[in-house]
Design a protein around this ligand. Structure first.
Ligand code: NDP
Length: 277
């Protein structure tokens, strides 16, 4: 029989790790499926997605810069996708409709809580950045009931907007990086893309609590600038975003196949691939 069809749509897409991750899940779980990376023209998302599902495609992951378009494309949305205003997972439903979900936030939370053993409840959290990644993780993060969440961003207005949009879910403060000054945090999450340019956000003097944790959503084959900052400031534990990447994929896979893959072996495998690159 023909394999069930899945794909990731993005632009650029060449360096996507998603096909390798889903291939590993499929093999581990004995699923008869294929998963391809597709580079979609910048003005061609809707047409490409329509064609994919019309030709029997079962599910899509969506990455930069199409997450908002995928949000608009979906017929139904999960609460976390609606709050994120972005969709990274589309699924064909029995009734012919397309369901949209956002698994980035739950991926981050699972990596921190289940894989790394970090506690979030009652913790004082600083979230750096107010772009799509920050917005996408806010709902699942706030559902863990941190004591305080401060969102700091280079463009302060974007952090204020996010703080307002999620104010019903917890105690949130937003602003420029100076809002963090003089506060002490148990967890600092870097959701900026500064690391891609080898840069560090303009952090003020701030305290890291005893047993503090620092998480960078960016990952690579060596520690990022933010991870080095964390180590210098004697963070108790430091991690990059590779686990989040694998966990968001696992949640998409579960939605599509109703089977939950073991993620740790795949994180280890991806870590080895990164090191060899
Ligand atoms: P966006 O372009 O939506 O947002 C970028 C954010 O980074 C903004 O807050 C921007 O601030 C900030 N920023 C960019 N450059 C700098 C700089 N030099 N100094 C300070 N702040 C800066 O990107 P996303 O939110 O979609 O993605 C952010 C990062 O998260 C990316 O690097 C991405 O690779 C990573 N990511 C990782 C995932 C994973 O699974 N591990 C999942 C999703 C994302 P401003 O608003 O002022 O411009």
């Amino acid at each position: 029989t023909e394999k069930d069809k899945y794909a990731v749509f993005g632009n650029p897409i060449k360096h996507s790790k998603s096909p390798a991750i889903h291939a590993a899940f499929a093999e581990q779980c004995g699923q008869h499926m294929q998963y391809r990376a597709v580079r979609v023209e910048l003005d061609g998302f809707q047409r490409a997605a329509e064609r994919f599902f019309a030709s029997g495609g079962r599910g899509l992951n969506v990455t930069l810069p199409f997450k908002q378009e995928a949000f608009a494309f979906a017929d139904t949305l999960t609460d976390r996708a609606r709050r994120a205003s972005a969709v990274n997972t589309l699924s064909a439903c029995e009734d012919g409709g397309i369901a949209g979900d956002n698994t980035d936030g739950i991926g981050l939370v699972r990596d921190m809580v289940a894989n790394l053993g970090w506690q979030l409840q009652g913790r004082r959290i600083a979230l750096l950045g107010a772009g799509g990644a920050a917005r996408g993780v806010l709902e699942p993060l706030l559902r863990e009931h941190p004591a305080v969440l401060m969102i700091a961003n280079r463009t302060a207005a974007r952090a204020h907007e996010l703080a307002d949009a999620f104010a019903d879910l917890g105690d949130i403060v937003g602003g420029g990086y100076e809002v963090l000054a003089g506060h002490e945090f148990d967890l600092v999450i870097n959701a900026t893309s500064a690391g891609l340019y080898g840069e560090l956000p303009a952090l003020p003097e701030m305290g890291l609590a005893e047993r503090s944790c620092c998480y960078d959503m960016v990952y690579g084959n060596e520690p990022t600038v933010f991870m080095r900052w964390a180590a210098q400031n004697t963070a108790w534990a430091v991690a990059d975003g590779l686990g989040m990447l694998v966990e968001q994929a696992a949640e998409s896979f579960y939605r599509w196949r109703q089977v939950r893959p073991a993620t740790q072996p795949v994180i280890n495998q991806m870590r080895q691939l990164l090191a060899a690159a």
